[in-house]
Design a protein around this ligand. Structure first.
Ligand code: CU
Length: 311
């Protein structure tokens, strides 16, 4: 699921460049980023011990393409008009809400479409998801992240702290037998019981998450990494960076003025966090301090884990 993310990011960037040069030649106005997302049912494969094939619903970036979990990375710039068209190719109602950015929670009927236009004023990372069906739709995979960039490159927000490299970590959990399998079969889900048996970082268990170049925080010693974190799951996650301290610069959309030094942070379910970290030499694990979340379907070692690498 990482390949499509890269493709999406590059093509979106090229599209922006094309739009920018057009507007410079012909007329002066604010250029816009545009995205189209398709809601599709399908499967997510978790590799490694305890892995499996999970029925999911996801946003994706091409008509009829497999669902992406998390959905495509959306990128905007502070003060720039952005629009996202969402096309529902599934047989149930869905929606698309960016927490703290858009407010329309109305349904998109099967076969229907809706366009959301917004101009983000604040830089950072924002959680988008389907808010319908008592979290079932979000749990099934209909979630992702919007990155709002500063007007000048490599700052966490306009006039905010600077960085050299960046990563996005979207955390999620799924109760496959009680939620995914039933929902995908059109059966009712008893939402009072939620006992997730899969825990993911960027849609992968740690078996892949510890090797994925888009997830592993890797760079040269001394470089500053910005990690944007979205907890799209329904369980709080305590992330522990082995042998390292980082600074929390934003919690749930609130820029912090006194950055806090931490080696473990609790990212609450449905919330976001941004941290800055200066790379040290070595290879260090980043994992969750809840044993259950270090598993896939009860088997250790998988789940929410990646690496921090300085060379
Ligand atoms: Cu630890």
């Amino acid at each position: 699921m990482v390949g499509p993310h890269i493709t999406m990011r590059r093509s979106a960037g090229l599209r922006l460049l094309a739009l920018l040069s057009l507007s410079m030649i012909s007329f002066t106005h604010v250029w816009a980023a545009t995205y189209t997302l398709y809601i599709e049912p399908g499967f997510l494969t978790i590799n490694g011990d305890g892995g499996g094939v999970i029925s999911v619903w996801g946003y994706t970036d091409a008509n009829g393409a497999p669902p992406m979990v998390p959905g495509p990375i959306l990128e905007a710039t502070q003060g720039q008009s952005t629009s996202v068209e969402v096309i529902n190719n599934h047989n149930q109602n869905h929606n698309f809400v960016i927490q703290g950015v858009t407010t329309d929670t109305g349904s998109i009927a099967p076969g229907g479409r809706k366009t959301y236009t917004f101009t983000p004023s604040q830089g950072g990372v924002f959680f988008y998801r389907d808010t319908l069906a008592s979290n079932v739709n979000r749990e099934m995979g209909l979630h992702g992240a919007l990155i709002v960039r500063s007007s000048t490159a490599n700052r966490a927000w306009n006039n905010g702290p600077s960085y050299n490299i960046e990563r996005l970590w979207v955390l999620s959990d799924m109760d496959v037998p009680r939620w995914n399998t039933r929902a995908a079969a059109g059966q009712s889900v008893s939402t009072g019981t939620y006992r997730p048996n899969y825990f993911m970082i960027n849609g992968q268990g740690g078996f892949d998450g510890m090797h994925d170049p888009n997830t592993v925080l890797q760079g040269r010693v001394g470089q500053v990494g910005l990690v944007r974190i979205v907890n799209a799951g329904q369980f709080d996650e305590s992330l522990h960076w082995h042998g390292n301290h980082f600074r929390v610069i934003d919690r749930n959309g609130q820029h912090l003025s006194n950055f806090e030094w931490q080696d473990t942070i609790n990212v609450k379910a449905g919330q976001t966090m941004m941290v800055l970290y200066q790379l040290r030499g070595g290879i260090f694990p980043m994992h969750v301090h809840t044993a259950q979340m270090e598993t896939a379907n009860g088997v250790y070692l998988n789940g929410t884990a990646t690496l921090i690498v300085g060379n």
